[in-house]
Write a protein that binds this ligand. Sequence first.
Ligand SMILES: [Zn+2]
Length: 290
Amino acid sequence: MAWILALLLISAAPLPAQDHPQLHVIAFGAHPDDCDLRAGGLAAKYAAAGDLVKFVSLTNGDAGHYAEGGGPLAKRRRTEAMEAGRRIGIVYEVLDNHDGELMPTLAVRRQVIREIREWHADIVLAPRSNDYHPDHRNTGIVVQDAAYMVTVPDIVTDVPALRKNPVFLYYSDRFQRPQPFRPDIVVSIDDVYDKKIDMLDAHVSQFYEWLPWHDGILNQVPKDPEARKQWLRSQEPDAVPPEWLTSLKKSYGAQTASIRHAEAFEITEYGRQPSEAEIRKLFPFFPKKQ
Ligand SMILES: [Zn+2]
């Protein structure tokens, strides 16, 4: 129960002054770097504001390398994930399901229901179920399958059901069929962008070994830790995608033109449907309306 200890440590740390009720946010990914890529900036913003964030990887990542695998790789990736979480001040848990073999089974659904309930989540984040990777797809399905069940007391009876269904959000993605991602909520992460890069930098086995190897560019990765971090930064997009701008403008108005980095989310149909006023409470980062 390392996450309980981590939560206690985070809870014991002096919190930044909070101008809103503390929010509980939980994000699911298939692999120990998935949440980081899509919501690392958002998580860093919540953590800086004194809110509680947990990332959960549904697999242990034990197939994510070209020269390593199995138990030793799973251990390495868990250590990297813990470090990534530490760097932005959130809890990170890696479940011991095999990488590349995740199925939307009842057992995994129960794991997800427990996680959401134990975190008393206000917001749940997960991928959509349209994706090139079966683990990502199945993570999307299993979180959708939990979206109503977290409120049903006779399901997973050892953890009390939530009386209020959380808001469930999808991460952004580039898949077009059966329908493209819809950027309902777009958040500027310029203020925490360095922290996000720092978080990604903790996943050495992924961003400096496995993914560049898979893309055939392993020889481009600098050996020096500071140089490779700069290289990692150069690989990330340096502008907000044009299709997010309308939504960004709705929240940031005239500031939109100066925003360079953002993360976008789609409100799913399965959790609570928040009003505009509630979205502003759940995302206390937007400039006040004039
Ligand atoms: Zn992944």
